[in-house]
Design a protein around this ligand. Structure first.
Ligand code: SF4
Length: 383
């Protein structure tokens, strides 16, 4: 690391990072408060380089939201609906299976599926859905359900322990847990934003249980609403502690709150600098995480590309159909092509590599059907 690019007040932190020492919460807070975004990028890039060299990854995946009916009404959520609401939806198993089947020809390796806390769907519906998706392609990873969905299924639907519920879902085809629902762990923030949702301990316990069964998951942080910087650091600390305990998190995916169509529409959106700062501090502080993902759905692909110089080593995936952020007002596209993802990685001077759900590198796959816009494939800027 070129220490001459680091201001004097951050140099002790940079030196500790260089020698791979763990940062304290106070040091993370100091980084969050720093105005020197370029210095944060230099330090975060060093950690990223130590862990991932010059590689930046992406995944071919398909998002599915099976329903937005939800028993809860979290303040930041524009996705959830009650049955009477005009924007309520519920997809049939046949419809979901047909959508995934169509995407298989694009070479997807993952189905990413979440929904609300559905008031009436039965145990057999969930298991039938998993069985049918698994039967479509035994190789595909079904990454599904947030921790709060797992608790809902365990307590209200399956009426079993978290461990027994996870075991049944795994046997039916569940391959990985999603990281959603973590929001900000602080109890006061959760009480104001999402009363009735699981506590931090309960969120962490679902992931702990899954990890101890040999499962893997990602984790998230929804920031830029009512939380303080101290509460962001506290959130990161709790994730780092669970990772010390289980090693089960494959990657961390922070995203900024999208206020436009939510009850919190008055909240100012996180700026580009704030998003880069949050990614960089996360990369530096979470020393036991191998991967930091930029979620282009919320931040936009141009900023996600820039974030490759602020600690990010993964640009998430093709996605194909996203509802949660778009119903909250996101103006980003619904999907990205492989060519686009590879191009933005190449333009940033990094080596693009396709990955699976567990961030393992894959040989690049060509879709078995011609892309809708063939010219895009021939416009790759790297060989
Ligand atoms: S964030 Fe999840 S649990 Fe909360 S209202 Fe939205 S769908 Fe329901």
């Amino acid at each position: 690391m070129n220490l001459s690019l680091i201001p004097a007040d951050l140099r002790p932190i940079a030196e500790r990072v260089e020698s791979r020492q763990r940062l304290s919460d106070a040091e993370a807070l100091q980084l969050f408060r720093s105005d020197d975004i370029n210095a944060l990028g230099v330090i975060a890039s060093r950690v990223r380089e130590q862990k991932n060299g010059n590689v930046a990854t992406y995944i071919l995946n398909r998002y599915i939201n099976y329903s937005n009916l939800c028993l809860l009404s979290c303040q930041f959520c524009a996705f959830a609906a009650k049955k009477r609401d005009a924007h309520a939806f519920e997809r049939s198993i046949d419809d979901i299976v047909a959508a995934v089947e169509e995407s298989l020809s694009s070479g997807i390796t993952e189905v990413h599926m979440v929904g609300g806390l559905h008031p009436t769907l039965k145990k057999d519906w969930y298991l039938d859905l998993l069985h049918r998706l698994r039967a479509l392609d035994p190789q595909i990873t079904i990454k599904a359900f947030t921790a709060i969905e797992i608790r809902h299924l365990a307590q209200r639907i399956f009426k079993l322990s978290i461990a027994d519920t996870l075991a049944i879902l795994r046997d039916a085809g569940l391959g990985a847990l999603t990281g959603g629902g973590a929001e900000i762990f602080d109890a006061q923030v959760r009480d104001e934003l999402c009363r009735g949702k699981e506590s931090a301990e309960e969120w962490l316990d679902v992931h702990r249980t899954w990890h101890k069964m040999g499962g893997r998951s990602t984790c998230t942080m929804l920031y830029g609403h009512i939380e303080t910087l101290e509460q962001r650091v506290d959130h990161l600390r709790q994730l780092r502690e669970l990772q010390d305990e289980t090693g089960g998190f494959t990657g961390f995916v922070p995203f900024a709150f999208e206020p436009q169509t939510t009850i919190l529409a008055h909240v100012k959106s996180a700026s580009a600098v704030e998003q880069l700062r949050s990614l960089a501090v996360s990369r530096i502080y979470l020393d036991n995480f191998d991967h930091i993902t930029a979620y282009w759905v919320s931040m936009g692909l141009p900023l996600a590309q820039v974030s490759l110089n602020y600690g990010v080593d993964d640009l998430h995936g093709t996605i194909m159909e996203e509802k949660i952020f778009h119903m909250a007002g996101a103006k980003t596209p619904q999907e990205q092509t492989v060519a686009t993802l590879e191009n933005v990685i190449c333009e940033a001077g990094r080596d693009p590599v396709q990955r699976d759900s567990f961030y393992r590198h894959l040989p690049r796959q060509r879709p078995t059907v011609a892309p809708a816009t063939p010219a895009v494939e021939s416009e790759l800027v790297c060989a």
